[in-house]
Write a protein that binds this ligand. Structure first.
Ligand SMILES: [Zn+2]
Length: 165
């Protein structure tokens, strides 16, 4: 499990079910720190466990000022609607329009197992919902039209081949 590195679609781990976190020890916090590092190295605004091959209910989100750690997150309520372009570190260079709630209230633990409720809106609500989707195996590609999806599949296969060469 020291093998935490960014996983790119179609890596099967992105679809695997995630387990809740029950132990909040130093090793756990080190892994969270590593996720935060990987997120910042790639200029991402969010990263979920499966994206680094870690099938746990863990995500980090950077709001431009601070890092949020979401462990075992549960969506309590949502409101409003927003539509905007969304990217994902597991789909490098890809952006697609996604319709989401404008506001969301999430109950989640921090890296010490302390539970709190976070209410966010706009861009950060989008990021929270995107990362929680990852924990349920839902990916950016699932929001695309069938045509866009098949073009993307071709593009990702080409990228894979390039890496092999
Ligand atoms: Zn993503």
């Amino acid at each position: 499990m020291d093998d935490m590195r960014l996983r790119v679609y179609p890596d099967p781990v992105l679809r695997e079910p995630t387990l809740p976190v029950t132990e909040f020890d130093e090793a756990f916090r080190e892994r969270i720190e590593k996720m935060v590092r990987i997120m910042h190295e790639r200029d991402g605004v969010g990263l979920a466990g499966p994206q680094v091959g870690w099938s746990r209910q863990v995500a980090v989100v950077f709001d431009g000022e601070k890092n949020h750690v979401l462990v075992n997150p549960v969506i309590e309520s949502t409101g409003g609607e927003q539509e905007g372009d969304e990217g994902c570190l597991s789909f490098p260079g890809i952006f697609t329009k996604v319709r989401r709630s404008k506001e969301v209230t999430v109950r989640a633990m921090d890296e010490y197992g302390k539970e709190r409720t976070l209410s966010v809106e706009g861009f950060i609500a989008r990021a929270f919902l995107h990362e929680i989707d990852h924990l349920n195996g839902r990916l950016l590609i699932d929001s695309m039209s069938p045509l866009k999806r098949s073009l993307l599949r071709k593009k990702m296969r080409r990228l894979e081949k390039d890496e092999e060469m």
